[in-house]
Design a protein. Structure first.
Length: 558
């Protein structure tokens, strides 16, 4: 019997997840998409399909949907860990029927979730007349695309053709235009998406939410159906399905993460801000060119490669990510860990170290895979956004996602060139600061050396500020009226080193100078261009000062 490859993808993803008021919203959106994918994969396996990507083994969500067993690891089960697509092998004669059955299983699960939320409309303070608007919005939300391709003896070519054809399907899919009588003059839009109409004319549903749902509405939000489902489905549907008391499933608030106060800062509780750190970070990790590693553009593609690569990514996501993020060294909160993607919240001053540890774990997990040159192996990039805990969470998430893209962009386009980390600083004044470097550029080493010296009181907390003050006058902004020509024979690395070491000696000691001299020289040696070198060192020092600003105050030297 001939076989075919089936690739199925659901959406939307990034936009849906990012539309979050709270850490609970952020987790809930991620988990909802993983839950729906697990329902579809379980149907695929029941219909006789063979899952190739992601790996089936070790996925607690898939196991639960297959046999209804929760297992012993509650945290693993409640961790969003499935990508928004899968690749499977199916019998050609029944391939379309299986794809249709999987699609229907996902839609059926989505309907069961949304129906359970609507059944609580009275407790949520939503009038029954809003049922048509609710139904219209949930019916048009989910996008599912699939493609079946006959498998030949050349697995790599079959896989590539399958991916190309699915891309074509997604680019030419049918869609319904917005409208259809769902708009009302003067009706509020959804506070988070800005797209759907809310299910109440004013803040009525916020004030009238009752019982167990009341604690989920701490802000005056106007919510459409999709955001409402994301906000409450864990209580309306998931709690019964998993027989889990979600009042005991604590999710840290941004203030709890910023203040390293996991005991008294549940996201559903309105508590006083803790002392200490007030800034937190959103970390977004993504594998570099993973699509090409999977498709065989960067390596020799076989079915075994597909399966092994998926298994290694699963081991990283489920076996290492939470351990690193939530360990005592970083004290963060893991939101999503699936394959080559990680989304986490951390105290501002631990985010960069956590990023480096995650990258090391990713490299270790995928080190057995080699490119066609026999040397290269998969790598990843990280975007970090640091902001005050009162900053709108969805804005910080989007900045982290943009920073991740910046880390992957080519240097010519103003990015870091992949295998890199990029940081965005969201200051309360509204000013945005940016810095980034490749993992092997020496920038992270220099950052950690300065941070360690500061932690050990061997250098003043004022040091990064002093470096910025000394180097800023050398920067020429070659735009508009401020355009200037670089000074002839100006040697930036020498000048930067002199000013940097002058500040290090004044704010520390000669021993401090000796410790920092080589890391600085290594970092500057990897950067070309006067303005690039100045911007890199100023950006690094600004990031250190901003990320560490709320550590316990220490005695500083004048």
């Amino acid at each position: 019997m001939s076989k075919s490859l089936l690739k199925l993808q659901i959406g939307p993803v990034q936009e849906f997840i990012a539309q979050a008021r709270s850490t609970r919203d952020l987790w809930s959106g991620s988990y909802l998409l993983s839950w729906l994918m697990a329902a579809g994969i379980a149907k695929l396996l029941k219909e006789g399909g063979e899952l190739i990507f992601p790996a089936e083994i070790g996925q607690p969500l898939i196991e639960f949907h297959k046999i209804g067993t929760k297992g012993d690891n509650q945290k693993a089960l409640l961790t969003p860990n499935l990508p928004n697509l899968f690749v499977a092998r199916v019998p050609t004669d029944h391939s379309s029927e299986i794809a249709a059955a999987v699609t229907e299983a996902i839609k059926t699960e989505w309907k069961a979730i949304t129906d359970s939320v609507w059944d609580k409309h009275g407790e949520l303070g939503i009038h029954k007349d809003q049922r048509p608007r609710f139904a219209t919005q949930v019916d048009r939300f989910l996008s599912i695309a699939w493609q079946v391709t006959l498998e030949t003896d050349d697995y790599a070519e079959s896989s590539r053709r399958n991916s190309w054809q699915l891309d074509s399907v997604r680019q030419t899919r049918n869609f319904h235009a917005w409208g259809g009588g769902q708009w009302t003059v003067g009706h509020e839009k959804d506070s988070l998406s800005g797209k759907e109409e809310s299910l109440a004319m004013d803040m009525e549903c916020v004030r009238r939410a009752d019982g167990e749902f009341k604690r989920l509405f701490k802000h005056d939000d106007c919510l459409g159906a999709i955001t409402l489902v994301k906000r409450v489905w864990h209580l309306a549907y998931l709690e019964k399905k998993l027989t889990t008391d979600f009042r005991k499933f604590r999710i840290l608030s941004t203030r709890g993460i910023a203040g390293r106060d996991p005991e008294s800062n549940d996201d559903d509780e309105d508590v006083k801000a803790p002392p200490g750190e007030k800034y937190f970070a959103v970390l977004a990790l993504d594998g570099d060119q993973v699509g090409k590693w999977i498709s065989g553009d960067l390596c020799d593609l076989t079915e075994m490669h597909h399966k092994d690569f998926s298994k290694c990514l699963g081991n990283f996501a489920l076996g290492k990510a939470r351990q690193i993020v939530e360990g005592s060294q970083h004290m963060g909160y893991l939101i999503y860990a699936g394959g080559d993607d990680v989304l986490a919240l951390l105290p501002a001053d631990t985010a960069l170290a956590c990023a480096r540890n995650l990258r090391e774990a990713f490299k270790e997990a995928t080190k057995s895979f080699k490119g066609k040159d026999g040397k290269s192996s998969p790598d990843c990039s990280v975007g970090i956004a640091i902001a005050h805990f009162k900053s709108p969470l969805q804005d910080v998430i989007r900045e982290a996602q943009e920073a991740e893209k910046r880390a992957k962009q080519s240097i010519e386009q103003g990015g870091c060139g992949r295998a890199a980390v990029a940081v965005t600083l969201m200051k309360r004044s509204g000013e945005i600061g940016k810095w980034g470097c490749q993992w092997e550029s020496g920038g992270i080493d220099l950052y950690e050396k300065i941070d360690a010296l500061s932690e050990g009181d061997e250098i003043s907390a004022k040091f990064p500020h002093r470096v910025c003050e000394l180097l800023e006058p050398y920067r020429n902004f070659n735009k508009g009226l401020s355009r200037q020509e670089d000074v002839a024979d100006f040697k930036p690395s020498e000048v930067i080193a002199l000013e940097f070491m002058h500040a290090a000696e004044r704010q520390g000691s000669k021993q401090t100078v000796a410790i920092l001299k080589k890391p600085l020289a290594d970092y500057l040696g990897k950067i070309n261009g006067t303005q690039e070198q100045l911007s890199a060192v100023v950006g690094l020092c600004t990031t250190i000062a901003f990320a560490s600003r709320n550590k316990n105050s220490k005695t500083t030297k004048s």
